[in-house]
Write a protein that binds this ligand. Structure first.
Ligand SMILES: [Zn+2]
Length: 225
């Protein structure tokens, strides 16, 4: 039996996973929450720094696990610096070239193994099927099937929580405001071009800006310091 009070948040250092962290702290209590970040060879190393800073700011532990296989697989713009980030979808499969095949499945499988060893019964991930990118590994159906596979494969009763699954970016901003975690947003990273301050032009920056505007909240990341 796993501990139903403990939760492990997959923290990327971005807006969504940071919101999930605050959701988990609210739901499980800060003493029961820990975070895991994957170093998968992402071009934007700043993400790892952001994840560590967000966790420290929130007052929870953070473990960074290296998975350096994705870059060797090649072909996606998030790990291969030779490939420019494109905003459009590929005509071949309808997916943008920022899609890293299997990424969330692998992250959650490693997270489940990490949680298993520590008797942590809950995993929290910021995937959303409303995400403009339409990554198939963010869908509710995919996550449900993975949860089932993990339960069978690890003989555990692990639960995967996806608090943002059906939330728009506007609703995600509102959720963070209601959880009192807006200040932590200043430490997050969203820009696909890895720019800080953010470029404001890439699809990720545009989507983030739209969410804040629609929620009527100013983005703490853009506040003058
Ligand atoms: Zn950007």
């Amino acid at each position: 039996m796993t501990n139903e009070q403990q939760a492990l948040v997959v923290l990327s250092g971005g807006q969504d996973s940071t919101t999930c962290l605050y959701w988990a702290i609210d739901r499980f209590g800060i003493e029961n929450v820990t975070t895991i970040t994957f170093d998968y060879g992402q071009r934007h190393r700043v993400e790892l720094e952001c994840a560590a800073r967000v966790a420290a700011y929130a007052g929870v532990p953070n473990t960074c696990l290296p998975i350096d296989t994705f870059a060797a697989l090649g072909g996606d713009a998030l790990t291969d610096s030779e490939i420019a980030v494109e905003s459009g979808s590929s005509p071949a499969n309808g997916l943008p070239n920022t899609f890293v095949p299997g990424r969330n499945l692998i992250f959650l499988t490693f997270a489940a193994a990490f949680a298993y060893q520590r008797d942590i019964g809950n995993l929290v991930t910021g995937v959303a099927q409303t995400d403009y990118s339409g990554y198939p590994d963010c869908r509710e159906e995919t996550i449900g099937a993975l949860q089932q596979a993990l339960r069978l494969g690890m003989e555990s009763d692990v639960v995967i929580h996806t608090p943002l699954m059906k939330q728009s970016k506007k609703q995600t901003v509102e959720m963070m405001r209601d959880l009192g975690g807006l200040d932590a947003m200043a430490l997050t990273h969203t820009c696909y071009n890895g720019a800080r301050p953010p470029c404001g032009e890439c699809p990720a920056c545009v989507l983030r800006a739209r969410g804040f505007t629609e929620a009527g909240v100013s983005d703490p990341l853009l506040a003058p310091r």
